[in-house]
Design a protein around this ligand. Structure first.
Ligand code: N01
Length: 551
């Protein structure tokens, strides 16, 4: 490992670390590596920084974690100087923030944009990765860090005839950079997850007619978004040390909020309804923190689900439409809960209609219509809000060869296997940020990203200090961790939903619960203990002989 004090502006042939992706994970990883004197090169397929926020530019796109918490904590100056304008930042503002961070920390000179990493091959003799990009360039690196994001591989559905549609087809996860104007058009929207639910009200406000094609009705809570006042921002800024500590060490999901101390069935029905009503009025993800057993006990969960179903019936004037919009197929919160602005009220507009494609799936898309139950719903443009090949999709697109030439896709054919979500056995010196087996998508992503980046940075410093050549997940430790991740998930209601957490949205993808549900604070302690015990469970290679890192 070299100890270059600073990386060169121009590309070279060998680096200490290649980082794949310049979203929030890749940017912070680069900043840490530079500060520690490692040479690093970041490859980013997009034309700019920001990752998921670079691609997801659909109408109404916002973060569902409050902006004062969905921000980096690593720089006190940064968190004090940046002014978020709204409770939930719109996509454009998050992207502006990402660009500000790139400029402020002078990151761009080590990022190569418009470049995909196509292939990474581990050379067991040289103990180096050989990384090949879409530009045909091949570089060597001791370490590769996959900062590829969990929701960055937009998925086009296999619907018969989609290619025959003659109007424009947009995917929310890969939205054009130029403005899309739906004025005067009949728009068909397929998909009612977070992206569909956020975009429907905005598209309805512009289009001549919006037809929403719904396969699974979803639970959604009002965002109650509003401008942030200087006082509100200061309330966070003045308490950031405690807010950030709580988010990292105490909260299950990396979000500072009051924690419930009782179960839903411990209260009378009146008290319970009052609590849900208060949460509904306050808006946001904290609706699910009304009680501490909503993710564990079906009867408790039903009380919250019934409350939301009741609100939908109150808001939506046509009883048949309201009934269709009421989710009944999964416990509330077991699919990512949605946060909306006027989603259900949108169905009261005369220019919006809802088509149930659960009972009667889409038969075919023709040149100008979506055919359901023999009826053609004519549309001029189509919006696919059909989600992502989540957590593993972007990793799977890279042809990664580890020990013995075995590919990561071969190894993960039955589902992703990692130790702590950080490394996979047989793939030395390859780290994954917020990978499967870590809290990742069940948490405030920036909290989890910072934790992983700091852990990896510490690990690389340890390896440099002790002159270690490789580190990789031990097979036994990995098997135990995978079993633990599954066991914890099985103790909750989550596996009861056909969600993207389970890989259920991708035909043929193995169904296993991918994120670690044990909580951000618990998980951090486990990772820290493993490191403190000399990277227990990892295999470390000094020269030629692998040996267990700690007994
Ligand atoms: O994707 P999704 P998303 N025919 O997978 C339907 C994050 N995010 O982009 O449920 C017809 O949730 C599918 O139906 P079903 C957030 O973590 C965050 O909305 O599979 N329909 C579903 O309704 C979120 O969870 C924010 O039956 C088809 C929809 O398409 C994650 O990204 C904003 C279909 C896909 O929903 C993904 O959200 C946006 C088909 N062939 C996203 N295939 C915020 O921060 C799929 N569907 C607020």
């Amino acid at each position: 490992m070299t100890s270059a004090p600073a990386s060169p502006a121009h590309a070279r042939e060998a680096y200490d670390v290649v980082v794949v992706g310049a979203g929030f994970a890749g940017m912070y990883m680069l900043h840490r590596l530079r500060g520690l004197g490692f040479s690093a090169r970041v490859y980013e397929q997009g034309g700019g920084v920001g990752g998921t926020w670079y691609w997801n530019r659909y109408p109404g796109a916002r973060c569902d974690v409050e902006s004062m918490q969905y921000s980096y904590s690593f720089s006190e100056q940064l968190q004090q100087e940046w002014d978020w304008s709204e409770r939930y930042a719109p996509q454009a503002e998050i992207l502006k923030y990402a660009n500000h961070v790139a400029d402020r920390f002078d990151l761009r000179r080590d990022i190569q944009f418009d470049t995909r990493v196509e292939r990474a091959v581990f050379d067991e003799r040289a103990k180096r990765w050989s990384v090949t990009t879409s530009g045909g360039e091949t570089v060597q690196a001791q370490f590769v860090v996959l900062a590829t994001g969990c929701l960055s591989n937009a998925r086009k559905p296999d619907i018969k005839g989609l290619e025959n549609f003659e109007g424009p087809v947009y995917h929310t996860g890969n939205w054009p950079h130029e403005e899309v104007d739906f004025t005067g058009l009949r728009v068909g929207l397929i998909g009612t997850g977070s992206s569909g639910i956020q975009s429907a009200p905005v598209i309805a406000g512009q289009a001549k007619h919006l037809t929403v094609f719904q396969r699974t009705a979803n639970f959604s809570i009002p965002a109650r978004n509003a401008a942030l006042s200087a006082e509100e921002r200061d309330a966070f800024r003045n308490n950031y040390p405690e807010i950030r500590r709580f988010a990292r060490e105490v909260a299950r999901n990396g979000i500072y909020a009051e924690q419930p101390d009782r179960g839903a069935l411990d209260d009378s029905e009146d008290v319970r309804r009052g609590k849900y009503a208060g949460r509904w009025e306050r808006g946001g993800l904290t609706f699910m923190y009304a009680y501490n057993n909503l993710g564990l006990d079906r009867t408790a969960n039903d009380t919250a689900a019934d409350y939301v179903r009741g609100k939908i019936a109150e808001i939506v004037r046509d009883p048949a439409t309201a009934k269709l919009l009421q989710p009944n197929s999964h416990p509330i919160g077991t699919k990512r809960i949605c946060i909306d602005t006027d989603y259900f009220a949108t169905f009261n507009r005369p220019n919006v209609s809802l088509v149930d494609i659960k009972t009667n799936p889409i038969e075919e898309i023709t040149a100008n219509a979506v055919r359901v139950a023999g009826q053609d719903h004519e549309v001029d443009a189509l919006v696919l809000a059909t989600g992502f090949d989540a957590m593993t999709g972007s990793v799977a697109k890279i042809d990664i060869h580890g020990r013995g030439g075995r590919t990561l896709n071969q190894k993960w054919a039955e589902g992703p296997k990692t130790y702590l979500g950080l490394m996979s056995a047989g793939f030395p010196n390859l780290f994954i940020i917020t990978g499967p087996g870590s809290p990742s998508v069940l948490s405030n992503m920036i909290v989890s990203i910072e934790q992983h980046v700091d852990w990896i940075a510490d690990c690389l410093v340890h390896m440099r200090k002790d002159g270690l050549a490789t580190m990789e997940a031990g097979g036994e430790a990995e098997d135990k961790w995978v079993a633990h991740v599954n066991e914890v998930a099985a103790g909750t209601l989550y596996p009861q939903a056909n969600s993207w957490y389970m890989g259920a949205n991708i035909p043929g993808k193995p169904r296993i619960f991918m994120p670690y549900i044990g909580g951000v604070g618990v998980y951090r302690r486990i990772c820290d203990e493993v490191a403190a015990k000399g990277y227990e469970g990892f295999l470390i290679e000094r020269a030629e002989q692998p040996q267990a890192a700690a007994s």
